[in-house]
Design a protein around this ligand. Sequence first.
Ligand SMILES: Nc1nc2c(c(=O)[nH]1)N=C([C@H](O)[C@@H](O)CO)CN2
Length: 119
Amino acid sequence: MDIIFLREMRAETIIGIYEWEKTTPQTIEIDMEIGIPSEAPCHSDDIRDTIHYGAVVERLRTALAERHFLLIEALAEYIAKVIRDDFGSPWVMVSVSKLGILPGVKRVGVSIERGHRPR
Ligand SMILES: Nc1nc2c(c(=O)[nH]1)N=C([C@H](O)[C@@H](O)CO)CN2
């Protein structure tokens, strides 16, 4: 399967289980691997045959500005669902990191994989 990857996308969102986190936006970092439905764009050279990565980023930035989650797990699940349902990806890997939230830890996060990845 061919994969589009996006690394270290930063976004502002309300995320967290503690009271201060429910009012203060935090910067999160998102890494994505997005399976594309076919090899067609490699041959056609046509953006209509693939997933427009700019459209993914725009869609997620809008959603993250509006949606609030408690857990990074739930946020990662939401992102995976958007990519699969709205962009038609058969397989995604999504990692969400919080930066500098724990003393002595540069970043902490979760990675999830959804859908089927054909060999
Ligand atoms: N597995 C998780 N553990 C924790 C989460 C989380 O989203 N998933 N969140 C927090 C707090 O919001 C924390 O990031 C604030 O310091 C704690 N543990």
